[in-house]
Design a protein around this ligand. Structure first.
Ligand SMILES: [Zn+2]
Length: 445
């Protein structure tokens, strides 16, 4: 048994003082007052001074390899960005580069207090070796990873994204089985989107998720073009079309869901599906503002994602909490429409439920994933109002330590896993050294 304590522990019941967290086998056993603990247990106590322990932040949407593409097509129109950065470089990355790209993304996340990331992975090459390279990167750093293995069969994208239905189902199930007993890794199916996956592909993804009692994630209604394209093709909005096909369900998490009408929101609430919201990415690509407060009012659960490194370009869930709140306030011209406490839940416990795991809360039975915040950091002053300050004011300098599955993986600026930050920086510079930015005026291929 290991014990953790700090000045404040942020539990679902609120802030607790003079309490400890006991952890065994990576799972929180108890959160209780220090004066109830037997004296010899203090030998196994890890105490953080002038610190606040919060649940580790949960990033429910990312494409890790995209961190390598930061800066390449920034400020470009969506299709320029997609074709000249994402497809061009995504098509040629080697497995080793995919591995280092994942290390780059995940290490930035750890430094920002993220303990779990969902990597929506589609550079599959009709097999699982590339996905295993991403999993290896997570293991080398000690971050918890959910690999959303993509189902993709649109032939307009690079060949390596594409599989047929049987390949997608068999490869994904093989990977799910391989990591079924792994405490830190889980895998579930992720039909890419209505434009990236055929109806048969999406149905197969849902069936596989259902048979494993797992979630499935899918990009939905991200850009205005997507909504218009689906309406033109089917006469229905993306959400209404998915509903008509029986594909809205409680284990579905829709990524983005920017372009929604009232009927869509009603159907989403009725189905029990969740939304993974990526406000920085939606702003970066000029997509729009998801109707978060309307979704919340209707009863739809919201988690937060950073999305890929070349459409954000920061890897921080605190940043996404802040953006979520500010965007709703300015859209509604009403500062009371959403609170720091609301968005904090999105970035922690709701994230866990969208990944189908007991993570994101400091409570018995939850994974021992903890982020330790330095209450003496300048950005956390005045100290008494930490619940607001950790969402609106906190800088990464305040992240003092990160614990995943009961083990410290980051402390005082240092990654404690198998790979150092210096090594990652050196490799990224080698890999991207002769890459060129997208010229701003080049015809599409
Ligand atoms: Zn995405």
């Amino acid at each position: 048994m290991t014990y953790f304590t700090a000045d404040v522990i942020y539990s679902p019941e609120g802030p607790l003082q003079d309490h400890y967290i006991s952890v065994d086998n990576g799972v929180i056993q108890q959160v209780a007052p220090l004066n109830t603990l037997e004296p010899r247990a203090f030998r196994d106590m890890i105490a953080f001074e002038d610190a606040l322990i919060v649940p580790g932040f949960v990033n429910t949407h990312n494409h890790s390899f995209q961190s390598l593409l930061k800066g390449i097509a920034d400020d470009a129109a969506f299709f320029d960005w997609r074709d000249r950065a994402l497809y061009r470089y995504g098509a040629k990355l080697t497995r080793d580069e995919i591995y280092w790209g994942a290390l780059f993304a995940f290490s930035e996340m750890l430094k920002n207090g993220i303990t779990t990331v969902c990597d929506f992975f589609y550079l599959n090459d009709q097999a699982n070796e590339n996905a295993r390279a991403v999993i290896q990167a997570a293991k080398d750093l000690g971050i918890r990873l959910t690999l959303a293995r993509t189902f993709y069969d649109w032939d307009g994208a690079p060949k390596r994204f594409q599989e047929n239905v049987d390949q997608a189902v068999n490869n994904t199930e093989m990977l799910m089985r391989e990591f079924e007993a792994d405490q830190l890794i889980s895998v579930f199916p992720a039909p890419h989107s209505l434009h990236g996956a055929s109806l048969a592909m999406i149905q197969a993804g849902k069936e596989l998720a259902d048979s494993w009692n797992a979630p499935y994630h899918m990009h939905i209604a991200e850009g205005r073009y997507e909504r218009e394209m689906i309406i033109e093709k089917t006469g229905l909005s993306p959400i209404q079309y998915l509903h008509q096909q029986g594909l809205l369900a409680a284990n579905l998490v829709g990524i983005h869901c920017v372009w929604l009408d009232d009927r869509d929101i009603e159907l989403m609430a009725g189905s029990g599906m969740g939304v993974c919201y990526n406000p920085s990415s939606n702003m970066f690509l000029g997509d729009g503002v998801t109707r978060i407060s309307d979704l919340i009012k209707a009863g739809v659960s919201i988690s937060l994602g950073t999305d890929g490194g070349c459409s954000n370009n920061r890897a921080s869930i605190v940043e996404e909490m802040r953006m979520t709140s500010l965007l709703q306030k300015v859209t509604h011209c009403d500062a009371t429409v959403i609170s720091a406490e609301d968005v904090f839940k999105m970035g922690t416990v709701t994230g866990g439920s969208h990944l189908g795991r007991p993570i994101g809360a400091i409570a018995k039975g939850y994974a021992a994933d903890l982020t330790v915040i330095d209450l003496d950091d300048l950005s956390m002053q005045p100290r008494a109002f930490f619940q607001k300050n950790m969402v609106y004011a906190m800088q990464p300098s305040a992240v003092q330590a990160v614990i995943v599955n009961g083990s410290k993986v980051f402390e005082r600026g240092e990654l404690l896993g198998a790979i150092t930050e210096g090594h990652i920086v050196e490799k990224i510079q080698t890999i991207t050294g002769n890459w060129e930015a997208v010229p701003s005026k080049v015809a599409l291929k």
